[in-house]
Design a protein around this ligand. Structure first.
Ligand SMILES: [Zn+2]
Length: 199
């Protein structure tokens, strides 16, 4: 529809999550008209994030070093692991200040429709972390939707022989939604009122 490079930009923007064709076009023209210094900061931020940020080798959270800030923090409780789907869920839970343990980021949830199975997630890595018996409680904080529930049930069954306390966040979270959309108070309460998951 537009000259090659402009259309290129629109196509690339349109591949981002939540950006439809109309928004892609609006952002592209905003960038075309923007101050070159502003655009430079954006390109620099994109370049830097791909260069510097990686995933923590322990928990899978985003990290600027081999291990993330939380895994390196000696004050965090070693006996509790909170399992979440994405790094953004770690941020949401950290905001509540209810949790002092460590995390494990799965990288998604089990979804037969989208062809995502346990092997596509960081399940093996989780089992390795649990192997030495230091962790006594596993909090399953996957999203309160179909895939998240299926993933929580799968994990609870998987770790059952290990004799851990397995808990799930309390109800009150908006069902069908993403953990990150819950407000801090609701998420904090859900944490406090977490219940034993019996499978
Ligand atoms: Zn980590």
């Amino acid at each position: 529809m537009y000259e090659g490079v402009v259309q290129n930009l629109i196509d690339e923007l349109g591949r981002l999550p939540g950006v439809g064709p109309k928004s892609a076009q609006r952002i592209a023209f905003h960038l075309l008209a923007a101050d070159p210094a502003d655009v430079s900061r954006l390109t620099e931020a994109l370049r830097e994030v791909k260069e510097k940020v990686r995933f923590c080798k322990v928990c899978g959270n985003v990290a600027e070093a081999e291990e993330c800030r939380i895994c390196r923090d000696a004050r965090r409780d070693l006996h509790v692991i909170c399992v979440v789907e994405e790094p953004k869920d770690v941020v949401a839970i950290e905001k509540t200040r209810e949790f002092r343990g460590r995390y494990h980021v799965l990288g998604g949830a089990i979804s037969p429709i989208e062809g995502v199975g346990p092997d596509d997630l960081r399940v093996r890595e989780l089992m390795q972390r649990l192997a030495d018996g230091e962790v006594t409680e596993l909090i399953l904080a996957t999203d309160p939707n179909l895939e998240g529930e299926a993933t929580a049930t799968y994990l609870a069954r998987l770790v059952k022989p290990m004799g851990l306390t397995v808990t799930r966040l309390a109800s009150g979270l908006p069902v069908g939604g993403d953990l990150e959309y819950a407000d801090e108070v609701t998420l904090g309460r859900a944490f406090e009122g977490r219940r034993l998951l019996d499978v």
